[in-house]
Design a protein around this ligand. Structure first.
Ligand code: SF4
Length: 328
């Protein structure tokens, strides 16, 4: 690097919060704001949230600090809270019908913050099953979104994650067969699996439109372009955030041998040695990451003389989702 020239940061744009995450967080904040201390007797909290509202530790900690109580399953919510009408929020990743059924049976006041784009995949499953199809669903085993979608019809939805999983599938030639996928997978990753599926089951149908959501697609496109101009990439996002992990993989593919991509929850996880000999650091963040965390990384890098900040803008986003019906 020339003496006297500042080291550079390239911020990918778009990055961070998507419309589905924005809506889910706003739903919990709206309930917290409306809750009056006297509205719930004794120890009852103002809102329960099933699972992490979005897959980001900082967001969850912040909402928990304001009184939201996060549970893994509905049976952790006591009856007195249900009887007091305390809202229970379903996360942006969606839930299976068995969870919906349990909530109904117990008379819970549900605020469903499932992202509308995830709900669309649930509806597709129901429609295809009604029409007699078997569904191959490309997703991550154990991810909340995949659990919810498969739960719509476990006997007809066949989850595959890796190419090896295709070997275990058996369908009658010419039978009604369609593929769907998790919204936050990498476009390239699904392309490989789609190719393997088409080779094994040439008659398999694709959904009318891709299930990979606009936010996932846009963030991956911006990261690819940004990584091509960088020597090192930092993706801000939690380890259990599917789209953040995918962004790191996309960045690494784009960087190739030129450098390394790292994923961190926040600036506290950065290591000085990652930036030895690096002139340009590219930064992006997952769809569940508040921009303050990216600012923290930028501030940290400024102490290593990365002070020249530019942007890689690939598209302008203006998607917005209205609040869940129960809050409108
Ligand atoms: S990443 Fe896409 S599908 Fe997931 S919450 Fe955001 S907009 Fe919805």
């Amino acid at each position: 690097m020339a003496v006297g020239v500042n080291k550079r940061i390239i911020l990918a744009d778009p990055r961070g919060f998507c419309a589905g995450v924005d809506r889910a967080i706003l739903a919990v904040r709206t309930i917290l704001k409306a809750a009056r201390p006297e509205s719930a007797p004794g120890h009852i909290p103002p809102v329960y949230v099933r699972r992490q509202i979005v897959h980001n530790r900082h967001v969850v900690d912040e909402l928990a600090g304001q009184g939201a109580v996060f549970v893994d399953e509905l049976d952790e919510i006591p009856d007195d809270a249900v009887q007091a009408g305390i809202p229970v929020v379903f996360s942006a990743h969606g839930v299976s019908p068995t969870v919906q059924e349990e909530a109904r049976r117990r008379g819970m006041y549900i605020v469903d913050a499932t992202c509308p784009l995830v709900s669309k995949v649930h509806r597709e499953v129901l429609r295809f099953v009604r029409d007699g199809y078997e569904i191959v669903y490309i997703g991550h085993r154990g991810h909340d979104e995949a659990i919810g979608v498969v739960g719509e019809s476990p006997e007809h939805v066949h989850l595959i994650e890796h190419e090896d999983d295709v070997d275990s599938l058996h369908f009658q030639p010419g039978s009604k067969l369609v593929m769907l996928s998790q919204t936050t997978l990498s476009v390239d990753e699904t392309a490989d699996l789609v190719a393997v599926l088409k080779q094994r089951f040439p008659w398999i149908e694709e959904p009318p439109s891709s299930d990979i959501c606009y936010a996932t697609q846009n963030r991956q496109t911006a990261v690819k372009a940004m990584a091509q101009r960088s020597d090192c990439v930092i993706i801000v996002g939690s380890a259990n955030s599917s789209n953040s992990v995918r962004l790191m993989e996309v960045a690494q593919e784009s960087l190739g041998e030129r450098g390394k991509a790292h994923r961190v929850d926040d600036a506290g996880e950065l290591k000085t040695e990652w930036f030895d000999g690096v002139d340009t650091v590219g930064i992006s963040s997952g769809a569940s990451v508040p921009d303050e965390l990216v600012s923290g990384v930028v501030d940290w890098l400024s102490t290593l003389d990365f002070t020249d900040i530019t942007y890689e803008e690939t598209v302008k986003e203006n998607m917005k989702f209205v609040l869940p019906a129960a809050l409108r």
